[in-house]
Structure formats: structure tokens, C-alpha cells
Design a protein around this ligand. Sequence first.
Ligand SMILES: [Zn+2]
Length: 481
Amino acid sequence: MEEAAAPSKSSLKKAAKMAGKAEKKEKQVPVVGGKKDDSKEIIGITASKDSNFSLWYQELVVKGEMVEYYNEISGFYILRPAAMYTWNIIRKWFQERIEAMGVEETSFPMFLSSKSLEKEKDHVEGFAPELAWVTKAAHLNEESASKEVLEILEHYAGVYEQLLAVPVVRGKKTEAEKFAGGAWTTTVEGYIPANGRGIQGATSHCLGQNFSKMFDVTVEDPDKKGEKINVWQNSWGLSTRVIGVMCMLHGDDKGLVMPPRVARLQTILIPVGITNKMSAEDKASHAKKVEDLYETLKKAVLSYFATNDISALRDSNSLNGNSRGVPLRIEFGPKDAANNVVSYARRDSGEKGTIPVADIAIKVPELLETIQKSLYDKADAAFSSHRLVLTDWSKVVPALDSKNVVLIPFCEAPACEERIKEITKSEEPKEGAQNEKQPTMGMKSLCIPFEQPEGLTPETKCLNPECSALAKSWTMFGRSY
Ligand SMILES: [Zn+2]
């Protein structure tokens, strides 16, 4: 299961054609690749998450040093070391778990059809197209295939919840939204509070026997020698999209906010209060203390720090970790040294405090775990409070306009879903509303959550007022990426 980053020649050709079209939009952010315009370089993030989410996101991932856009080809970008570091942690975590399941890997070239490129172009710029794993696994029977699909889904949820501090809802896709040609599709769905949109986290598909019958993929029946059976197939994969979702969720107007478990730089150490008035002796003495501190921190299970080069550390501006989302900033000046403490500031909450130098090896890792948990809890509270269970159709569009996703009784019929998409479009873009480009977007189904709310009876009708069918489930709908 190697990630297949190289697109095919034909997709490159197609993408090159599209480059011209997207150029106008791309110029809003610094780019590399021939047409870099230095006059447009800006140090901080200029767009606000609340008022211009799309531009904010583009700036976020560039200024946060996660990606650089490649202007020659629309939608292509370079994943920088910070993003690759995060991706490798995810990959290792995921790979250990699928190996434990006994999955054998096969590498496929990545397919980038012109259609998918066109589609990605309209999405929020950033982590698309993606580095990805695509895996097909073959099973003798439905039971074994189903078990794997659900196990993989749980690993996706683990990547989001345990590593990226992103809460997700696990569920099944409706017929209209499932993988075309497959039997059924499961998904983990996230939520972006800033604009109230749902975002698909990752999908795991059971293809059934459709493809094995189409391509005549058979194995010998272990129970009846000499007879062939068509295998049950699954398809699942994980892509760098997960990193984009994380950046989008946690980031703020200062830049990235990295969950400590996937942050390349977990802590940044900045010597402060060193002035020209200090004697050379005092400066040297403080520098020695900083060095000792660095050594202590290095042993405190933290894998990465900015640098232990004292001269580089003095340049605190260039090392200010805000835009890169460094979870914890530690400052150490002569006053701290006199009190035998270090001062810290949390990137997520801005909270400040001190830690006794003697306790650093224990307290810093604890604090990083606290930050990890706080990020998750904050996002989880936002998702929970914006997931409304509704039984009154008139409340649906107002709920969407107030940045919610909704759970409604639904018949699960594709035609009904198509109609719901139409009749939930807002009539007029609101003045000053964010995401002015798409204020009229109708809602689509995100998933049928495995955890169903109470209250559905055999008589419950589908909530679509134009539909007379009975509801099969509570289905989660929302405006979505
Ligand atoms: Zn219906």
C-alpha cells in the first residue's frame, strides 16, 4: 500500500489546460512554480475564518507551512515537511492496525480522471488532489467482507478522533450517496462549526459481488472442491484529505492550531528578556540555562523542538509558532530563571502559566495531552450542539441557516433526496453572509448514523412535505463539502 502521488500523463495534460482557468483564484495566495509573484507575499493571515472561509483556508495551509501551491497546474500543490510529518504519523498508526487485521497490500496507480479534477477544482483549495491509499480486498463471503468494512471505518474514526482531535459521526451512506456500483458504503462525517458545513471524513465500501462478477474474479470454493465462487470485494482508503479537515476545524485567524499528537513541533522554546544592558557574563549564564532547559525538554518524551541553537532562538519573531500551530510556547527569561520556572502559553486557548523547571519532564507532556483533549472536547461540543433532531419541516432551512446539520425522519429514496436538495435551497443570499458564493446550497444527506435517536415508529412519515412514504431512519442532512 504505497501512496501513489504521481498522476497519469493524460490527467497532467488535462490539468495543464485547466491551469489558465484557475489562475485568477490562485493568485490570491503565495505560490511556487514559475509564476510566483513576490509582491503578493504577506506574512500573516489576512482573511478571517468567519467572513471569508475559503480564502482563509488557502492562506492557513500556506502560511502554516503545510503546502505550497503549484501555479503551473491547477489544484496541484507541494506537501511540505510539516504536512508529511503528520501524514506519516497517520499512515503508521493506520498501517499497524490493518496489518493486525491481516490485510495484504497491493499498490495501484492513482486514477485522476478529468472529471474528478474538475470536481476538485471547485472545492476549497488545498488538500486536493490527494495522496491516497486505495485498497481492494477480496473475501469469500459477505460476513467477512462486512466485518472488514466496519473495522476499517473504526480505524478511520480513530485517526480523526485520537490523532487529529476531530469528532466524527459513523454511519451508512444513502443509496443516492453510496459508491456507485457498490453494495453499500459506510462513512465518518465531520462538521466545521465556522460555516456549519458537514464534511465527509472517509468512506469504506462493500462492493459486494458486482465487480467480481463483472470482471470474473473467482476463487475455488473451500467447501466444494472444483467449484468457483465470485469473491466479495471491499474498497477503502485514506488520503491526505484528513489533514485538510483537521486544519479547517482547529485553525483560527492567527493560523494553524495543531493537535500535539500530530504536530511536528510540539513545543517551541524562546529565550526572552535578554537585553543589551546585561553583562556578557549574565548573557552567557542565561544561555547556559537555556541550553540545560533544552536538554531537559528533549528528554521529556517530546520528539521535536524548534532548535537548540541559542542564536537562532533569539530571533523569536521568526520562531513565533502561531501560524504553524505549535501547541505550546515556552518562554524563559532572567526573571523566570530567578524563580526557577518557565512561562508557557497554549496555542489553542491562549492560556498562560508557569511550570517549575524541576517539573518540566512530567508537566510538559501532561499539558500537551490536556491540549489534545481540549481541542477534541471543544470540537465535539460544537458538533453535538449543532446536530439538531427535527420533526418539523419548517425548522429545517432556518436550522441550516444557523449553521446546523439536522437529523430528520427520512424514507431513504433517491428521488426524495434529490427533491430535498432542491426545496432546501435558500431563496436569497443574505447580505453580509459568509461564504457568499454558495448561500443557496441545498442540503444533502451526510449519513444514516449507526447511533439512531429515539422516537421513530412504524407510522413515522418521511419529513419531506412532498413525500408520503414512511421513514426508514433518522438521516443526517446538511450543507456539505
Ligand atoms: Zn421521502
